[in-house]
Design a protein around this ligand. Structure first.
Ligand SMILES: NC(=O)c1ccc[n+]([C@@H]2O[C@H](COP(=O)([O-])OP(=O)(O)OC[C@H]3O[C@@H](n4cnc5c(N)ncnc54)[C@H](OP(=O)(O)O)[C@@H]3O)[C@@H](O)[C@H]2O)c1
Length: 238
């Protein structure tokens, strides 16, 4: 790679701290379009900025028009050369694309997928993140041979809007743990790594943390559950 193509150390955004990310050029994702959900705050916003700075055209989603427009302006300010567009939509019934180490606490009960028999916040959150890993696994299987990849990642414990408006254990941790938490920009690194690093171009169906592949829990490696969850979810959406 020519020297003039690499990002100068002084200009390098703070998120480019992994060795392989240091080689990324500002035009690394030129010609690509990134669809970033949940971009009004936290990691979604940081990922939108990061991808925009790497040259991708960025489509961001928001469910509230005023918040969405404010986010759009902020992202455009932080990634001035990027083409950023806003789409309004509510994903109330869909799982997030960011998984978590909390998936290890999850347990899927196919007879009670909506937790109608009993609700425990941590268990349900863990299960949603387990489902996230399983969906990724099944999506990757379905995309095999297409050239399209699907991966998920654990971002660490991140100082975002997450848990702030809850009453329970999430707001407790968000309150006392804030100073020890990662910034959204640091947490976004693995997502940006997955989007741009040549060495993961053909990697699919994996779970990463800190830009390294990590083995998820045994439940998250259950291909039969992954397939079943996909099929049940399809039926629920129809
Ligand atoms: N923070 C952590 O420590 C941590 C750790 C592991 C995994 N995660 C996961 O990372 C993901 C992003 O969380 P974050 O920490 O960046 O939180 P955040 O700052 O609260 O951001 C959440 C984003 O999702 C959007 N959103 C929420 N519900 C939505 C819906 N029904 N339809 C459309 N958009 C919706 C929010 O939009 P509005 O502005 O409209 O509310 C916001 O943009 C979550 O899935 C979370 O579970 C977080």
């Amino acid at each position: 790679m020519a020297d003039h193509d690499t990002i100068d150390r002084a200009e390098r955004p703070s998120y480019l701290s992994y060795p392989s990310l240091e080689a990324f050029r500002p035009d690394q994702l030129a010609g690509q379009t990134a669809l970033v959900t949940g971009a009004t705050s936290g990691m979604g916003r940081a990922i939108a900025v990061g991808r925009g700075r790497m040259g991708a055209a960025v489509a961001v989603t928001a469910r509230d028009e005023v918040k969405g427009k404010a986010a759009l302006d902020g992202i455009q300010l932080d990634a001035p050369n990027a083409k950023v567009q806003l789409f309004l939509c509510d994903f109330g019934s869909l799982a997030s694309s960011t998984s978590s180490a909390a998936h290890q606490m999850g347990k899927i009960d196919f007879d009670d997928l909506q937790s109608e028999k009993g609700y425990g916040a941590m268990r349900v959150y863990g299960t949603s993140k387990l489902e996230n890993v399983l969906f990724t696994r099944e999506l990757a299987r379905r995309l095999e041979g297409s050239g399209v990849t699907a991966n998920c990642f654990h971002p660490g414990v991140v100082r975002t809007g997450f848990g702030r408006n809850d009453q329970g254990i999430f707001s407790f941790f968000a309150g006392i743990g804030g100073v020890f938490m990662r910034t959204p920009e640091k947490a976004a690194e693995t997502a940006l790594y997955l989007a741009a690093a040549p060495e993961v171009e053909n990697v699919s169906g994996r779970y990463l943390a800190n830009a390294h592949e990590v083995r998820p829990s045994r439940a998250a490696r259950n291909d039969a559950d992954a397939r079943r969850l996909w099929e049940v979810s399809e039926k629920l959406l129809h």
